[in-house]
Design a binder for this molecule. Structure first.
Ligand code: ZN
Length: 319
């Protein structure tokens, strides 16, 4: 298959990343360019990296169908971590795909089998928008799950994916590296970058954001020397070194902005405004309203501010 460009096309049309690797735009909240999933097809196997939330399941099925496959033919689903925008539809897809098994980091597994605590903590952040954003959350049967191990190679969709435990965004995050194509599926630890822009935004949600762990994870990802990054938010970028340089700079910048803004007594309103302003002026192409809307859907500034607040408080930096 020819590669027209390396990111999902308009209206969710799947785009080839490499032979047998397809990027699907899940059209999150009616907006393209926010949440991607990747379909791997080869050796008569169909595998999915990231399910997206249940609210975008019809777009996922449409994308798989447009490639001539069926959702129920999936045999392997791998999620980089358990946040709803990456794994929210896992239970619902497993229910409808009798032959599929799910792979996830061992620390994330219990929260997919019993999502009660995950739903409660997300509800504290998103309130009455939970259903609109994520749709239904169905528990994953524990006999359908395999745990990922750091450094192992997992066979999926005709490819051999090396598992890289990469904490920083979440403690239970795993990136997946397909050596034969050079594609690194970096989940959220690769940062958020909107197509057509250069700014790389680190999503820093509560409760597990950890800048130092994240910087170590960037080294781990650089060390496998990827030829391209396949981001969950959003799409494929070939300028790997420049991307990681910008991610590291932004990690330091947002942490510094948080330190300068927050005190023990303050809430996160001003920090949210400052994070938005920082993103808006980071790259001339970010000032566009549609681009900022995509960034806010993928990595809401208010959530980043909450995570930075928690991180600095935990470290005793807020007095
Ligand atoms: Zn996440």
């Amino acid at each position: 298959m020819t590669t027209r460009n390396q990111s999902p096309g308009p209206e969710g049309e799947p785009v080839s990343v490499f032979t047998g690797i397809h990027a699907l735009d899940l059209g999150f909240m009616g907006t393209d360019g926010v949440i991607a999933a990747y379909l791997l097809a080869g050796d008569d196997e169909l595998a999915l990296i990231e399910t997206g939330p249940s609210s975008t399941r019809s777009a996922l099925e449409a994308g798989i169908g447009a490639l001539g496959y069926r959702l129920r033919d999936l045999s392997r689903i791998i999620v980089t971590h358990i946040h709803f925008d990456h794994a929210g539809a896992a239970g619902s897809i497993l229910r409808d795909c009798p032959d599929a098994r799910l792979s996830v980091h061992p620390v994330g597994l219990p929260h997919l089998v019993d999502p009660t605590r995950l739903v409660a903590s997300a509800t504290r952040i998103y309130g009455d928008r939970m259903d609109e954003l994520w749709g239904s959350i169905i528990p994953v049967p524990d006999d359908r799950v395999d745990v990922l191990k750091d450094g192992e190679t997992v066979r999926a969709g005709g490819r051999h994916l090396r598992v890289l435990f990469t904490p920083g965004h979440a403690a239970h995050h795993a990136a997946l590296f397909d050596e034969s194509s050079g594609t690194l599926f970096s989940g959220d630890v690769g940062g958020v970058r909107i197509q057509g822009t250069g700014f790389v935004s680190p999503p820093t949600p509560p409760p597990e954001f950890d800048r130092d762990a994240w910087r170590s994870s960037v080294r781990v990802m650089r060390d496998v020397r990827p030829a391209r990054l396949a981001l969950s938010h959003f799409g494929v970028f070939p300028d790997v070194d420049a991307h990681f340089d910008r991610l590291e700079r932004a990690l330091d910048d947002v942490t510094r902005i948080a330190r300068e803004t927050l005190t023990a007594e303050s809430d996160t309103t001003l920090l949210t405004e400052r994070l938005l302003a920082y993103a808006g002026k980071s790259d001339g192409r970010m000032s566009n309203d549609a681009t900022m809307r995509r960034l806010e859907l993928a990595n809401p500034a208010f959530m980043g501010a909450l995570g930075l607040h928690r991180y600095l408080r935990k470290r005793g930096e807020l007095g």
